[in-house]
Each structure stands twice: as C-alpha cells, then as structure tokens.
Write a protein that binds this ligand. Structure first.
Ligand code: PA5
Length: 474
C-alpha cells in the first residue's frame, strides 16, 4: 500500500510582494546543478573517504542517504542490523522500565522530541501505562544548565513509584556525538548518581544506554560501567542531521513509534529530490522561493507557521537546523516558529502589519488523528455559535488557515504551504528529510558550508575560562 505524500504549494509567494514565476524559472538550472553536486560531489566524496578541500570541511553529507542505508541494512541483516539492534534494545527498555530520561542537547535531542510530540498522544506522559500501549514515560533533560528544571525531574524520579507496573524503574538514554558537551555531561552525573542511589551500581550497565561517537568521554564512561547496549552516531552525520540514526530512532522506538514508516518517508523524499525536475521538485521549490524572497525582496525572516500544537517542536528542530547550518559569514535568513491558531493572538499583528521582511511557510495537516469534534448545539446559544453547530474543529482550523492566508495576500505578504496528510511517522520522515535537504541546498546556493557550527565555539571557550580561572563567579 502506498502512503500519501506531503505536498508543497507556493502559489501564495507568486503574488504581489512575492516573486515572479520567471524569476523562479531562471533559478532552476542552478538549483538542479546544486542538487546534482550534492550527490556527485558531496555524497561521493563522503562514501569514498576522499580528501576534502579545506573550505568544504566538515563534510557531513552522510545524512543524505542514511535512511536508504538503514533500510537496506535491515533488509539484508535483520536482527543484527542497526535497526534490528535499535528495535531489540527499545523492546528491552519498554519491557523493563516505567520511565526513560533522554539526555542530550541541540541535534542530540530535538529530533526525538519533535517525533514524540507529533506522533504520540498529546498527554502521553500523563496516561496510565495501558493507555500508553505499555510504553515508558519519556522526559528530556541535559539540554540546559537550569538548576530548577533539573531538580524538578530528579524530584519526580525520587517519588515513591513502587506501585508502578515495573516498580518505578527508570533508564537513561544519553546522546552526545562528541561525548563532551557540558550540559549533557553535567546532567549525566546527576541522573547516574540518582539511578545508582535507587537501584545500585550494578544496574547501571542495563539502565544507561549511550549514543555517542566511537571515542570520547562518554564512550569511556560507557566502557567503565560496561553498558549492555550502546549505539554509534554514524560517521559523517552531523548532530542536527542525525534524527534518522540511533539519535532519533532509539527514543522513537522506545515510544513505540513506527521507525520503519519514518525511514520509508525519508527514503521517499530522497527519491523525489533526486529525480524530480526543478519545477516539480518540492525541495528545490522550497529553497528557490525562500531564497529569491530573501535576495530579491529582502524577506529574511522565515516563519515556520505550524497549524498543529503537535508540530511546535518540529518548528524548534527546524529553527536549530536552519540557524546552525546557514547562519554563517554574516548571511542566512532568521528562522522563527509560530504555532497557530495560538499565535494568531500574539504574533499575527506584526506579521500582518509589521516590517515587510517575513515569509509565512505554513505547515498544515490535512487530517486529524482523532475523531472530529463538532461545535454542537447549546441551549441558550449565549455564544451565538449554534449557527456553526455542524462545523467540526478541523473545518474551523481550515477556515483560520484560509482566512489568514487571504489576509496576508491582500496586503502583498507572501506565504507557502507544506501539507502533511496526517501527523504520522511516514509524513514526519518526509518533511524532516525535505527540510534537511533544503537546508544543505540553500547553504550551497549561498556559498556557505552548511555543516559544522564554528560560531558556537567562542562561548564555550569563554565559559570554560570563566569556570576554570579560579576567580569567583559573579
Ligand atoms: O547540530 C549539531 O551538531 C549540534 O547542535 C550538536 O547536536 C549539539 O551541540 C550537541 O553536541 P553533542 O551531540 O556532541 O553533545
């Protein structure tokens, strides 16, 4: 059975205030050349382990065909493949603990968070185990140095949970490619300490699952405690491009998400990106429209306007992906996530009448996951909604989307729309791979290396100097 594809409609950018079809047509040859270069040069060099020119380093092109390689590996090797191991470890964890704490920051947790929010029930963690499909609750930490937030989770884990189905046991999935990121490392100390206090030193090997590079401080720690299961962040895959490696797949699989559907969605997007010509190619169209709006019309704020609460963290994942990849050499548009209809009551005033520097890239969902709620009749009709009694919430949402786009267009403010058939694993696979490919293509178009994040080093050095100088901290 073939599952429905996401779509990309950019009619709302080919209007007054936007770009023209001929401007976009003129860009297609260059876009196709960049796309071809991503395969014929980037991916080839990555696979051949070729010497890469200094100005092209790092070259983390390994994410491009990662879904294809993961799926092929599973077809060939089943249980002993990477997916086989992820499925098996996820099953072991699901069956042995009530809660999982995922420690990681940036690309090491945002993809998993986005998948949980999009594909699990909204109040998943609040539900009893049976209603969670027998899966553990999941929490994310190690993504900040916030004392009270960390204490809050530790406090929760210290509550007497012995009546929980698995006696309140919990596990840690710690994710850090470098193995040395301070936020994650400090959190690991706290949570490992707590785990040891509650279940003893011998339990650590079973209950701590590291996902890290082949060497480093976290790898050393994993050796020291003899972790039963551990996973590698694949070579040549950068943190923010790693959602389809164990970084995203292990937490997703622990939550019982269909990681095969996720990877097949990404694989489908790869096939589309590689084969569809300029005008038909949703990745190239997304890049082309946004790039021309920026360079020809000074529209350099990209609002990812998501029309589902469950997609807010997809927006935050994309903010990080785009900002760390393209925000270099004093270039690169500014990404911003808005969640609607919530933010119609906070940001839309500015989007509608503020500085003309924004494009609304809508992400809409065609079909809800649950039964549709109707407005319904009410005695008294005090709110005067009885005339809408036979409308459903998805119909109200669609009217809000159409009405908002119409308002933007009437004031010559451009929009585009990505539509997901549903917030499923398959659709998330497609849209995440689309946005990763688009980000790299846009970096190449701007002449910026989309991989690496050299600008993040300065604060780290300063912070280290301040902490280790022996001077009292203000
Ligand atoms: O995209 C990236 O590479 C970064 O956001 C990293 O994911 C982030 O800095 C965390 O790094 P690490 O996984 O090494 O702890």
């Amino acid at each position: 059975m073939s599952l429905p594809l996401i779509t990309f409609n950019f009619d709302g950018s080919l209007m007054e205030g936007g770009i023209t079809a001929s401007e976009l047509d003129a860009l297609y040859p260059q876009l196709e050349q960049i796309r071809d270069g991503m395969y014929q040069q980037d991916l080839r060099e990555f696979h051949e382990g070729a010497e890469v020119a200094a100005d092209r380093q790092p070259l983390d092109a390994g994410f491009m065909d990662l879904p294809d390689r993961m799926l092929a590996g599973y077809d060939e090797q089943r249980e002993s493949s990477e997916i086989g191991r992820i499925l098996e470890t996820a099953r072991r964890i699901r069956e042995s603990v009530d809660r999982v704490v995922v420690l990681g920051i940036g690309g090491s947790y945002m993809g998993a968070r986005a998948l949980m929010d999009a594909c699990c029930e909204p109040y998943y963690n609040e539900l009893p185990r049976a209603d969670r499909g027998g899966r553990p609750r999941m929490y994310f930490e190690g993504n900040n140095l916030d004392n009270d937030a960390m204490q809050g989770l530790l406090h929760l884990l210290r509550q007497d949970d012995s009546s929980a189905p698995l006696g309140g046991r919990w596990a840690i999935v710690v994710i850090s490619k470098s193995g040395g990121t301070i936020e994650t490392a400090v959190a690991l100390r706290q949570f490992v300490g707590e785990l040891e206090r509650q279940f003893g030193r011998d339990s650590l090997a079973e209950l701590v699952i590291p996902v890290t590079g082949p060497a480093g401080k976290l790898a050393d720690f994993a050796d020291a405690i003899g972790c039963r299961d551990r996973f590698l962040v694949p070579e040549g895959v950068g943190g923010r491009f790693s959602v389809f490696s164990p970084v995203g797949l292990l937490p997703a699989s622990i939550l019982g998400l269909d990681i095969m559907a996720l990877l097949r969605g990404a694989w489908l997007m790869n096939g589309h990106f590689q084969s569809a010509a300029g005008g038909e190619n949703m990745v190239l169209n997304y890049v082309g429209v946004n790039h021309l709006l920026e360079t020809l019309r000074n529209i350099d704020v990209r609002v990812l306007s998501v029309w589902s609460k469950s997609l807010e963290t997809l927006g935050l994942w994309y903010d990080q992906l785009f900002a760390e990849s393209v925000g270099k050499q004093e270039r690169g548009a500014t990404p911003l996530t808005a969640v609607n209809t919530r933010d119609l009551h906070s940001r839309t005033q500015q989007h509608q009448e503020g500085v003309r520097n924004k494009v609304m890239n809508n992400v809409a969902v065609a079909r809800p996951r649950c039964d549709e709620l109707m407005v319904g009749m009410q005695d008294g009709d005090y709110d005067k909604l009885n005339e809408l009694a036979d409308k459903s919430l998805p119909e109200l949402m669609q009217a809000a989307i159409d009405g908002t786009n119409e308002a933007y267009h009437s004031d010559a403010r451009p929009t585009t729309t990505i539509t997901l058939p549903q917030t499923s694993e398959h659709a998330m696979g497609q849209v995440m791979q689309m946005l990763m490919l688009a980000t790299v293509a846009e970096g190449r178009l701007l002449g910026i290396n989309p991989y690496g994040q050299p600008g993040v080093e300065q604060y780290k050095q300063n912070m280290n100097r301040i902490l280790r100088s022996g001077q009292p901290i203000q």
